[in-house]
Design a protein around this ligand. Sequence first.
Ligand SMILES: Cc1cc2nc3c(=O)[nH]c(=O)nc-3n(C[C@H](O)[C@H](O)[C@H](O)COP(=O)(O)OP(=O)(O)OC[C@H]3O[C@@H](n4cnc5c(N)ncnc54)[C@H](O)[C@@H]3O)c2cc1C
Length: 176
Amino acid sequence: MYVKILNESGYDEAMLGLSLSYGAPIEAAQTRAKLLAFKQGGHNKFLEAIMLWLEIQAPRYWWVQADTYRLCTKQSESTMHTIMKRELAFSDFQDGIDSRILCVLNEAITNKEFTWVKHHLPEGFLQKRVWCLSYKALQNIIQQRKTHKLAEWHSFIISVLNQADYPEFLMEAPCE
Ligand SMILES: Cc1cc2nc3c(=O)[nH]c(=O)nc-3n(C[C@H](O)[C@H](O)[C@H](O)COP(=O)(O)OP(=O)(O)OC[C@H]3O[C@@H](n4cnc5c(N)ncnc54)[C@H](O)[C@@H]3O)c2cc1C
């Protein structure tokens, strides 16, 4: 699995918007933003104005969980269009695949058994998508998934926090 932040946009505009609420200069809004980032009930609405675009390659069992988040847009590789175009390899799966299963899948691809391949494709098959979402949606995801059983959520969160321009809006610093 890998996660790459392709782009972020909207911070300056979000700070300008926040400064209007308080009749304060932008520098003061930036300080206030850090205090408001984790206050729900409308206080952290400015996070909805800061957008990110993530490129992610992840197994389909992880995407199933990621798909429960609705306030976002995803564009994905299509198995409908590409699954029959080439033989599959170990590297197409999270942590590889049993060689016997791989062999059977590739036999079906050679025999052009599209429906069979779709029915039997393992959940570990890696799929790339571009995920567009706001800081608000991403903060919610991180809060909900930071103690999740799937190791991929931990990889996702660490990668995002390492690359984000404003990780302080996504994860609260631990109390000292
Ligand atoms: C550990 C874990 C296990 C889970 N297991 C299951 C499960 O077994 N089955 C299952 O179905 N779900 C499951 N969920 C999914 C969960 O119920 C949420 O749907 C999912 O986490 C998305 O969260 P969200 O609604 O906060 O995020 P988003 O979908 O991004 O929504 C963000 C915010 O917008 C609001 N919102 C979004 N759409 C609308 C709308 N149309 N109208 C009004 N408000 C809206 C939401 O209420 C939320 O406050 C699980 C979640 C976790 C963390």
